[in-house]
Design a protein around this ligand. Structure first.
Ligand SMILES: C[S@@+](CC[C@H](N)C(=O)[O-])C[C@H]1O[C@@H](n2cnc3c(N)ncnc32)[C@H](O)[C@@H]1O
Length: 200
């Protein structure tokens, strides 16, 4: 509980860009109206100029780190993937759909932003860019931790990597946590199982 009696929540990620995006919604810097205006405008340019405009916005994002540009490249990049190179540059190629920001898709995103904004306002949310170790360390036994780490041995290159050491460290930290936790991970696909589910 926060000092106002409202339930409070801390949302953390090691990637500063989604954190900045959600923090922007929390402070009112990013609103559904602004998102609609931005995506409609940039979407029209994308439609007329094609992939050159995607790469223009990607370059602008890598130079200025605007949360709205992050939204644009995330939604117009291949398969909605998030991946950065060693220098911290977003490097996902274009999804090859110049009509990406058709009105129905913009409305869908705007509704998602409105929904997130409503949730954030109903609780007292704080957004932090920090490692999971610190988040777990700062939690008290009355807290519930929800952890959604990269899927070990699958797509893990969101911002920093995720390997065996990270998975085991997370296991140790959560095992040592006195409160309750929820952990999302993958179980199996058509070809193999996640051995860590049984092993840890
Ligand atoms: C499966 S994604 C989940 C993202 C989020 N739950 C969502 O649905 O948008 C895994 C997330 O873990 C983050 N991550 C990777 N290593 C981390 C670390 N050491 N500490 C905190 N977050 C980390 C990645 O940046 C990525 O955003």
């Amino acid at each position: 509980m926060s000092r106002h009696g409202a339930p409070s929540a801390v949302s953390c990620d090691s990637n500063p860009h989604p954190v900045n995006f959600y923090a922007g919604i929390a402070t009112g810097k990013i609103t559904p109206e602004l998102v609609k205006e931005f995506l409609t405008r940039e979407g029209e340019v994308l439609l007329s100029k094609g992939e050159d405009h995607y790469y223009f916005v990607r370059e602008r994002f890598n130079a200025e780190h605007s949360p709205l540009d992050f939204l644009f490249v995330n939604r117009a990049g291949f398969n909605g993937m998030i991946r950065f190179n060693r220098k911290g540059g977003f490097n996902i190629p274009f999804c090859r759909k110049p009509q990406r920001f058709a009105q129905t898709y913009v409305t869908k995103i705007v509704n998602q932003v409105a929904w997130v904004s409503k949730i954030i306002k109903a609780k007292e949310f704080t957004f932090k860019c920090q490692d999971f170790n610190k988040t777990i360390q700062d939690a008290s036994p009355n807290d519930i931790i929800y952890r959604d780490p990269p899927c070990i041995e699958r797509h893990v290159d969101y911002y920093n990597g995720w390997d065996d050491g990270h998975e085991r460290e997370l296991f140790d930290r959560l095992s040592g946590f006195a409160g309750k936790f929820i952990l999302s991970t993958w179980h199996r696909n058509d070809y193999r199982e996640n051995e860590y589910v049984k092993g840890l």
